[in-house]
Design a binder for this molecule. Structure first.
Ligand code: SF4
Length: 468
């Protein structure tokens, strides 16, 4: 009897970059150089045209340009390694580029966006309220025992759906990015100082942005200082560049530096792991596997993947299992989490409904070893990560799920109802039945939300003035 998914081992392949007109003469030595990759990133439509030339037509370029002007929350930044994984099996055509899963989230086009509800009425910049929970600038203390250290606001690649679009990357015509105010050295000192004073914190996610953009000496010094804090037992380094720019992690100074950190961590009984972000099987190439093995050879504990569930990218059983097996079998990367795409502006065409994520969780059970079966996660504002089946109740007509939690975030220390309140999360309106869509239209949700936000902003301003 046929199974819904048929497992076959698939050998990884590095797509031939010479099929793209702009890189016809690029040598293997250049391709494998991190400096060459960084110097030849695609940052705008002109550079995109230099790479693809006449393979794509003016309407495609115009679609990218219009998106940047009217919708994009992230500017374009694509290392050649990532561009080369778009339409990997042949010479790209316009149709193939439109349909390509990597293109869909790394090179957004206007025509992909939801024409009616490009943003959910409850979407917001910093949709997880991380900045509200900063213990010191850039250090989010949301969970009782773990913190997120945002070391820097840049990455070697910019993803269209970036959760930290509020802060990460360059401003776009529609989004003026917030900026850190402290100098980098002072911000990092303040983080270490806070962690030294916080014996209840045992787990530090060192992120950004992407730690691959931090000069190695500075990153090593920061992690070394974390290793000296007795209660820090887990350190996770977040880098999508392991996939987007594996050449970075293959550099000699980075490998020897990581080896020093891994040795120090082992002698103190601390786990250092790398967390990366791969959303599609075609992104897993031999160079990605080589960089991952190089990192594992330094003696770090693990390399894990935290992907994002995105419509048109990885929203089927086949897509997800192909990706998980490419990661687990061919690149030694543990498939760990798939997050639902967060409720940032412009993300409705990428987001799935909670029930769709539940169905995907069901669809992938039983194929992978239990330890490598990823959990589908909903990151509920003011709650945190929840497995998608952990909701408390669900109004499928209006697309509102309700969630509860068992700890206080740092902004709720005095909030007596924090542990009994139900917290909402919203499905994309275009996925709702007609009745639900009509409800959102006729209830003029945008105005209601704006009114609620204005009332909350006035309350906090009044509290700040009275010092309460
Ligand atoms: S790598 Fe991560 S932080 Fe950087 S743009 Fe992508 S999602 Fe955002």
């Amino acid at each position: 009897m046929d199974q819904p998914y048929a497992y076959r081992r698939r050998e990884l392949v590095e797509p031939d970059w010479r099929r793209l007109p702009g890189w016809r003469d690029v040598t293997a030595e250049e391709w494998e150089s991190a400096q060459w990759q960084r110097a030849h990133c695609v940052k705008n439509v002109k550079q995109l045209r230099d790479v693809f030339g006449d393979l794509l037509d003016e309407s495609f370029y115009a679609d990218v340009e219009r998106d940047q002007a009217e919708r994009a929350t992230m500017s374009i930044l694509l290392p050649p390694q990532m561009v080369n994984t778009m339409v990997p099996g042949g010479v790209p055509t316009v149709e193939a580029m439109y349909a390509d899963p990597v293109r869909r989230y790394m090179l957004p086009v206007f025509s992909d966006r939801d024409p009616v509800w490009p943003s959910h009425p409850h979407a917001s910049r910093d949709s997880l309220h991380e900045a509200e929970m900063w213990a010191v600038e850039g250090l989010t203390h949301r969970y009782p025992t773990k913190v997120l250290a945002e070391l820097l606001p840049t990455c070697p690649q910019y993803c269209g759906h970036c959760t930290r679009m509020d802060l990460v990357g360059n401003s776009t015509p529609t989004i003026d990015k917030h900026k850190f105010t402290l100098k980098p050295v002072d911000r990092l000192d303040a983080m270490v100082d806070y962690l030294r004073r916080s014996p209840g914190v045992r787990d530090v996610v060192v992120s950004g942005g992407d730690v691959a953009n931090m000069p190695w000496a500075r990153l090593e010094s920061f992690v070394s200082r974390l290793l000296e804090i007795d209660n820090v037992r887990d350190i996770r380094l977040a880098t999508k560049a392991l996939m987007g720019l594996p050449q970075h992690w293959l550099q000699d100074d980075v490998r020897t530096g990581m080896e020093r950190l891994a040795t120090a961590a082992r002698s103190r009984g601390v786990n250092i792991a790398i967390h990366t972000h791969v959303n599609s099987a075609q992104s897993v190439t031999p160079l990605v596997a080589k960089a991952t093995r190089a990192m594992l050879d330094t003696g770090i504990r693990d390399v894990r993947n935290q992907g994002v569930l995105l419509r048109g990218v990885n929203d089927t059983q086949q897509d997800l299992l192909d990706l998980c097996f490419a990661l687990q079998d061919e690149a030694s990367i543990l498939p760990y989490y798939f997050y639902m795409c967060d409720m940032i502006p412009g993300s409705e065409h990428w987001r799935l409904a909670v029930h769709e994520a539940q169905a995907l969780q069901h669809a992938i059970m039983g194929y992978l070893p239990g330890f490598a079966t990823p959990r589908m996660i909903c990151d509920v504002p003011y709650v945190g990560k929840r497995w998608v089946d952990q909701l408390e109740s669900y109004d499928r007509t209006r697309g509102v799920s309700y969630w509860t939690k068992n700890y206080r975030t740092s902004v709720e220390r005095e909030d007596e109802e924090a542990l009994t309140r139900r917290y909402p999360y919203y499905d994309p309106i275009s996925t709702l039945p007609v009745e639900g869509q009509m409800w959102w239209r006729t209830n003029d949700a945008g105005d209601q939300v704006a009114a609620q936000r204005n009332a909350a902003a006035s309350r906090s301003a009044a509290e700040a003035l009275t010092g309460s």
